[in-house]
Ligand binder design. Structure first.
Ligand SMILES: [Zn+2]
Length: 253
């Protein structure tokens, strides 16, 4: 498998309209972070995780790969606001979309005009075919077998995903015991870590390090990073098996 970090920025991106670059060195291009999304590729099949507002530019950045399916971690605006642009991948048939059964009503209300009922959404696209998923119920997408893991995300919830010995876990601040156990044995972990200082809705550096000690993956790439997470500082201070991600980062799994 191959993983591509398309965007690794927190909900407002880096730089953002609150603090611009904050503690991040504005001269290092790796500190320019679009909102968080990820591409997982196996045997030419490409699964996209989330549809952030800059998805068009994030895909351009890595050579315009064609998307075969889309899965949502949750429906916050920084993970959904680019969804209209993905109609481009529903030319011949509807694009399969996977999301938590608990969020289907929310999705259908907000994006009713994109949902395919086997006819064209507009003359350019068939829109999206919705598929519901449940925590701890494995499902197959193309050649990929995904295990959704329930995550606590502030007052709400999100889903992480384990695929073989890889896991993608973003937008979370705590895990139910079953999800934590299900991460044991992974080798590669893309992990959301928003800041150096404490945060109520997301993992922050000290807590992420505690989890990494317990799960013991071989490699960790941080994503969903905000303005306190300077790329070069993290590279200097973290053990070499833990790296901050950057937009366009590609690695084998
Ligand atoms: Zn979120």
């Amino acid at each position: 498998m191959k993983g591509i970090i398309l965007g690794c920025g927190s909900s407002a991106g880096v730089p953002n309209l609150y603090k611009q670059y904050g503690n991040c060195d504005e001269h290092n291009p790796k500190n320019n972070r679009c909102r968080t999304s990820f591409l997982l590729e196996k045997d030419g099949f490409r699964l996209l995780f989330d549809a952030p507002p800059e998805i068009r530019l994030e895909l351009k950045n890595v050579g315009f790969p064609k998307i075969d399916s889309l899965v949502f971690t949750h429906l916050h605006a920084d993970h959904t606001a680019g969804i209209n642009d993905l109609k481009a991948f529903a030319h011949q048939k509807a694009l399969p979309v996977y999301l938590s059964a608990a969020e289907v009503e929310n999705f259908s209300r907000r994006f009713y005009y994109l949902i395919s009922d086997d006819k064209e959404v507009d003359k350019y696209s068939f829109g999206f075919e919705l598929n519901t998923i449940l925590p701890m119920k494995e499902f197959q997408v193309g050649p990929l077998k995904l295990l959704p893991l329930l995550q606590k995300h502030g007052e709400g919830q999100s889903l992480g995903f384990r695929v073989d010995d890889f896991a993608y876990s973003t937008d979370l601040n705590a895990l139910p015991e079953a999800s934590f156990k299900a991460l044991k044995g992974i080798k590669t972990w893309v992990l959301g870590c928003v800041s150096v200082k404490e945060n109520e809705k997301h993992l922050y550096l000290a807590k992420a390090m505690d989890w990494i000690k317990e799960i013991k993956p071989e490699r960790v790439y941080f994503t969903h990073m905000g303005t306190t997470m300077d790329y070069a500082t993290l590279c200097r201070d973290l053990p070499s098996f833990i790296r901050p991600g950057y937009d366009g980062m590609i690695f084998n799994i």
